[in-house]
Design a binder for this molecule. Structure first.
Ligand code: DLL
Length: 434
């Protein structure tokens, strides 16, 4: 069994608790002293650093929400001076305002350290050639997986997304043994390979895939593994935590969470109280080491459960189960996070259309396709085809600009889309994952 950092990964649970408490106390004292945002939140909740006497006392601390990040955009929540920040990553926001995450050099090191532990736990070594087909750039997937794989000593092929035929050629030519990409992109790749007469099982050396950034299921795992003969591992993370960080180990029985990097709680989103291990709830995380952009009791909105049973791999960290959904309405389309409120916000900027819309998401040839049906305003409605085409193009252009994905737009007559008396249902997700 290979470990990247055996002492930490296999530390006895009692010792972990002691060290975690120490890290938490130092973190909270530091934030209370140095950062206005955290101090205000704690003062409002009537809690002081010295109230954190046990790990369970973490529940006395206030929650943090994505909205806090937006309200403090761009850098008001940073806890170090900007000259200590060596990287930014940015993800889309609900109203066009993005979420910005900053990293110090140590933050980047710990991000790669987390991934090095994860990749090693799945058998990746310096003999591997890892194709990184997550997007590079503002999204954390590409650079995150890249530096993690390099840290292990693997040879990285930084293809990024797209240009699938070339990706398959390179996979063959360079003897790629591992790939990191979204599950839907790998399924697309398998289809394109098949069309080109390439059988991944026979014609490539691919052995492992690290799939995440969007929900997927055991059914999809089986489909991928049956089609290719490779082993597919779940990889999890979010930009606020750093990016992709945590994976299952060879046992593939839950995602290991390094105890010295992130403290996890799972709560009932209604009562906001912790739920027992094994029971589903909303993930809440506290990053124990982050310097530039800490997170304390951050409401991740992903649904999972904690697994406490020891893992056969010998690692003693807690694990979380595969993410089964979210407690908010965020959609993940081709790996990009899309909130219906972003669509609404964008539509409100376009004078010819109303804010009555429906989002329909399909999976066609293994790729997500988002269709936006939107009503025209009565005064903009016309039977002149060229006028309507111009409006449709404008909506498509604005959506691409704000959401960062291509959207198929269908213009509808005023009053023709369903009206809702209760909670509106503006999203029809027809993708199936099985
Ligand atoms: O998606 C980071 C990442 C990149 C993870 C590559 C894994 C691989 P965000 O864009 O901030 O960051 O989106 C984070 O994506 O809260 C989940 O809802 C979802 N998500 C990420 N990984 C998984 C997964 C990256 N393995 C949001 N299963 C998270 C299900 C996932 N959902």
């Amino acid at each position: 069994m290979a470990y990247w950092n055996k002492e930490i990964e296999c530390m006895p649970p009692e010792r972990i608790k002691e060290l975690q408490l120490d890290m938490l106390q130092k973190l909270i004292a530091n934030l209370y002293e140095k950062n206005q945002f955290y101090r205000n939140k704690m003062v409002q909740k009537g809690v002081k650093p010295e109230d954190i006497k046990t790990l369970e006392d973490i529940t006395k601390l206030p929650f943090m929400y994505k909205q806090d990040l937006r309200d403090n955009y761009p850098t008001k929540m940073f806890t170090v001076p900007l000259n200590d920040v060596v990287r930014f990553h940015v993800s889309s926001g609900t109203t066009g305002k993005p979420t910005l995450v900053g990293y110090t050099r140590n933050d980047l090191d710990y991000w790669s350290e987390a991934l090095a532990r994860s990749l090693t736990s799945c058998g990746v070594t310096d003999e591997d050639v890892m194709q990184v087909s997550y997007g590079y750039g503002l999204f954390t997937g590409g650079l995150g997986a890249h530096y993690g794989a390099e840290k292990v000593g693997a040879t990285v092929l930084p293809t990024g997304t797209g240009n699938t035929e070339r990706q398959i050629e390179l996979m063959q030519d360079l003897g790629v043994t591992a790939i990191a990409c979204t599950p839907s992109y790998l399924i697309h790749m398998i289809d394109v390979a098949r069309e080109k007469g390439v059988d991944i099982r026979k014609d490539t050396k691919l052995k492992r895939a690290f799939l995440g950034a969007e929900p997927w299921t055991e059914g999809m795992r089986k489909h991928i593994e049956d089609a290719t003969g490779i082993k597919a591992y779940d990889i999890y993370g979010m930009s606020e935590m750093a990016g992709p960080m945590y994976t299952e180990c060879e046992e593939r029985n839950g995602i290991h969470i390094p105890w010295d990097i992130m403290y996890v709680e799972v709560i009932d989103p209604e009562t906001e109280q912790p739920v027992p291990a094994g029971q589903k709830g909303e993930l809440v995380v506290t990053m124990l080491r982050k310097e530039a952009f800490p997170l304390v009791r951050y409401r991740v909105k992903d649904i999972t459960n904690v697994i406490l049973e020891p893992c056969k791999c010998g690692r003693t960290s807690v694990r979380i189960a595969r993410i089964t959904g979210r407690t908010d309405d965020m959609l993940i389309i081709r790996g990009i996070n899309v909130f219906p409120s972003q669509v609404e916000h964008t539509l409100l900027q376009i004078p010819e259309v109303s804010a009555s819309y429906m989002i329909i998401v399909d999976r066609i040839n293994s790729l997500d396709v988002m269709t936006l049906q939107v009503e025209l305003k009565p005064e903009a409605f016309s039977d002149k085809v060229e006028e309507m085409t111009a409006v449709k193009k404008r909506v498509e252009y604005e959506m691409k600009k704000y959401l960062n994905i291509a959207v198929k737009v269908e213009l509808k007559e005023p009053g023709s889309l369903p009206r809702f008396e209760g909670k509106s249902k503006r999203v029809i997700d027809r993708r199936t994952y099985e």
